[in-house]
Design a protein around this ligand. Structure first.
Ligand code: SF4
Length: 262
């Protein structure tokens, strides 16, 4: 089972981490487009969900968002955040920076107290215009599942060249604006050579360098979570509540505000 989102606006949904969230999906509704191909992605694996429709245009996103915000305001609904998420990596939309500005503008007009949040896998932060757009939103939730290139290769499966060290440098250049989001899980999955490999980023050998890296990045918050609804790969397991609490405790001890979702 996988979960595709409507496009360009879906919800509002009650999010584990963000409260009442109106989703902005800058990808088509019939597939997924992402620079990662995480084995745990609730939208499924890239090869099984290639979209056939075009990306929504900036005009379409603006029109549909205005319409929805206007209706929500008129019916007295609450809204905590407008969230770029959905079927893939939002920063890959070529007009992402302009869309961010439209969304900030509409937020100010209809729900000035709501936040604007972007869920990003961090792969596009080397692009100047993406970097500055992420600096303009209230919550830039940047994925960093581990600092181990081998684990990233197996679990996040970057589609192109990915250098975790340069991503970490860019995250540090966000000067405390980034919120780091990390998925902890374990399991047995098929490696590139077809053999089964055991993965587990909850182990100390992963946690220690991860925390050292957080000290370099200095995020304003850390959000850790484990598998929740649907995932497309057999052999994955949620991290237990006890494991998650243990990891959160270590991150807090290092001085970071940390939230946990089970
Ligand atoms: S980065 Fe997000 S959208 Fe992309 S594959 Fe991973 S979980 Fe799915």
């Amino acid at each position: 089972m996988t979960l595709m989102h409507r496009s360009p606006i879906f919800g509002p949904v009650k999010s584990r981490r963000l409260g009442i969230s109106l989703g902005i999906n800058v990808m088509p509704d019939d597939g997924k487009w992402c620079s990662f191909d995480c084995v745990y992605c609730e939208c499924g694996l890239n090869k099984d969900h290639r979209p056939s429709k075009p990306l929504p245009t900036i005009e379409e996103i603006e029109y549909k968002l205005r319409e929805r915000l206007k209706a929500m305001k008129e019916s007295g609904e609450d809204l905590n955040t407008l969230t770029f998420s959905g079927n893939g990596e939002p920063t890959m939309h070529p007009k992402f920076p302009e869309i961010v500005d439209k969304v900030l503008h509409l937020r100010d007009e209809y729900f000035p107290k709501a936040k604007v949040t972007v869920l990003s896998n961090s792969t596009q932060i080397h692009r100047k215009e993406v970097f500055s757009a992420l600096m303009r939103v209230d919550n830039a939730l940047m994925k960093l599942d581990t600092v181990s290139p081998e684990y990233i290769e197996l679990v996040d499966q970057p589609a192109g060249k990915y250098d975790v060290e340069s991503i970490i440098e860019r995250l540090a250049e966000m000067n405390g604006h980034a919120v780091i989001q990390t998925m902890f899980m374990k399991g047995n999955i098929k490696g590139k050579d077809g053999n089964m490999v055991s993965v587990d980023n909850c182990k100390d050998e992963y946690i220690e360098p991860y925390i050292e890296t957080l000290k370099k990045i200095k995020p304003r918050q850390v959000m850790i979570y484990t598998l929740d609804r649907e995932w497309p790969t057999e052999g994955l397991e949620k991290a237990s509540r006890e494991t998650m609490d243990g990891i959160a405790e270590k991150i807090r001890k290092a001085g970071f505000d940390t939230s946990v979702s089970y």
